[in-house]
Ligand binder design. Structure first.
Ligand SMILES: [Mn+2]
Length: 356
C-alpha cells in the first residue's frame, strides 16, 4: 500500500511537493479543475457555488500532463491519478445534453493521453449536484473546524440554477431558471452512456476509471438523483460494466455515512474483487442525514482495521487522506494533512508488519 496526498490545482507547487515528501508521501493525486482557487479550506454551502468552471483544455492534454509528471518526479514523487473532470468539460455528459458526444470525444482524448504519459487512474464523481448541504463548524475534537450535515437545517432541496453543475458555473449566460430534474433512471442511463464510451478507451490506454460515491450519500440532492448513495449502487456499477478498468475511488467516509451495509464488509468485498482504484481515507461520526467529519482517529471507523482488510486482500494501490478537520495554527490545512498522514503511515507500517 502506498501513501498519497491529494493536491488541489492551485497547490501544485514545489513547496507542497516538498511538504508531501517530508510527510513520507510517495504518490500524488492531482486536481486540475479549479474549484478551490482561493484556499484549500473546506467549503460550506453557498448558493453561488464554488466559482467558474473552464480550465484550459490544453492543461489536460499530453504535453502539460507530462510536464506535471516530470515536475513531481524531480521531487521524488509519482503522479498516481487525476481527480475530477472540470464541470465545463463534461456538463452535458452528466445532463445528457446536446454537447455530450463532443465532450466525450474530449474526455476520451484525455484518457488516451493519460495512458501515453503514464498516469494510471482517473478519479471522477458522476454527480449533478456534487458536494452540497454541508455546514462548516467546530465539529471535530477540541473544536477543530470541519464540516457536517444536519437534517434540521439542510438546504437539500434548493434547485440548481441553469448553467451550473457540481457547484460550478459552466455557462454564465445561461437563461434564468433551474436545471431540469434528472431522475434515477435517466441518471443511470447517462452514466451507462458515459462509461460505455470511456471504458474501452481506458482499457486500451491502461487507465482505470475510479468512481467516487456521492458526498453526502443522500438519495437526491437539490432535487437531482444521486448515483452511488448506498453500497448496493457500487455493486450495481461493477455488475453493469464488468470491465477491469471500472473501479472505485473508494471514499471510506462517504461509504460509512451510508445507512445500509457495513464498511468492513464493503471494503472486503470490493478489494477482493479488485475494484479499488484508490482510497480516500477519513473518519466520521454519524450517518446521513446527520453526521460530522472528524479526525482520522476519533470517528466511527476503525481505520487500522480497514487497512488490515485491504492488505489481506492484496490491495497495493494508493491511499490519500480525504478532507480533514483544520488545526488551529498558521497552516490549518497542512497541519490537518500532516496529522492524518502521520496516523496513516504508522497504521500502514503496523499492518504490514503484522500481515507480512
Ligand atoms: Mn472522498
Amino acid at each position: 500500500m502506498k501513501l498519497g496526498l491529494g493536491l488541489y490545482r492551485h497547490m501544485l507547487t514545489d513547496e507542497n511537493f516538498a511538504f508531501a515528501r517530508q510527510c513520507g508521501v510517495t504518490h500524488i493525486v492531482a486536481h486540475l479543475a479549479d474549484y478551490f482557487a482561493k484556499s484549500p479550506a473546506l467549503p460550506g454551502q453557498s448558493a453561488s457555488g464554488w466559482g467558474r468552471a473552464g480550465t484550459d483544455p490544453a492543461d489536460w492534454r499530453r504535453e502539460r500532463l507530462a510536464a506535471l509528471k516530470t515536475r513531481l518526479e524531480s521531487h521524488g514523487l509519482i503522479l498516481a491519478a487525476l481527480e475530477n473532470f472540470d464541470p465545463a468539460h463534461w456538463y452535458d455528459v452528466l445532463l445528457g445534453g446536446p454537447r455530450r458526444e463532443e465532450q466525450l470525444d474530449f474526455l476520451s482524448d484525455v484518457i488516451r493521453d493519460m495512458g501515453t504519459v503514464g498516469i494510471p487512474v482517473m478519479g471522477y464523481n458522476f454527480s449533478i449536484a456534487g458536494v452540497w448541504g454541508w455546514r462548516r463548524g467546530p465539529w471535530a475534537r477540541g473544536g477543530a473546524e470541519s464540516v457536517g450535515l444536519f437534517e434540521a437545517e439542510a438546504t437539500a432541496d434548493d434547485p440548481i440554477p441553469r448553467g451550473m453543475v457540481w457547484n460550478m458555473v459552466y455557462d454564465p449566460d445561461a437563461p434564468p431558471g433551474h436545471l431540469p430534474i434528472i431522475d434515477e433512471d435517466q441518471l443511470w442511463s447517462n452514466f451507462h452512456h458515459f462509461l460505455g464510451r470511456l471504458l474501452p478507451v481506458a482499457e486500451e490506454a491502461g487507465v482505470h476509471l475510479a468512481a467516487h460515491p456521492d458526498d453526502p450519500p443522500m438519495p437526491t440532492m437539490r432535487g437531482q438523483a444521486r448515483l452511488v448513495w448506498q453500497p448496493r449502487y457500487y455493486d450495481r456499477l461493477f455488475a453493469d460494466l464488468p470491465s477491469p478498468a471500472n473501479r472505485a475511488e473508494l471514499c471510506i467516509g462517504s461509504v460509512q455515512e451510508m445507512t445500509e451495509g457495513d464498511i468492513y464488509d464493503c471494503v472486503d468485498r470490493w478489494s477482493r474483487a479488485g475494484r479499488v482504484g484508490y482510497v480516500h481515507l477519513r473518519n466520521v461520526q454519524g450517518k446521513v442525514p446527520n453526521y460530522r467529519e472528524v479526525f482520522i482517529d476519533e470517528g466511527d471507523v476503525d481505520i487500522p482495521h480497514v487497512l488490515a482488510i485491504l492488505r489481506r486482500n492484496g490491495f497495493d494501490g494508493v491511499l490519500i487522506p480525504d478532507h480533514t478537520p483544520q488545526l488551529a495554527c498558521g497552516a490549518p490545512w497542512h497541519a490537518g494533512m500532516a496529522f492524518a498522514l502521520g496516523f496513516m503511515r504508522a497504521a500502514m507500517m503496523h499492518v504490514e508488519r503484522e500481515h507480512g
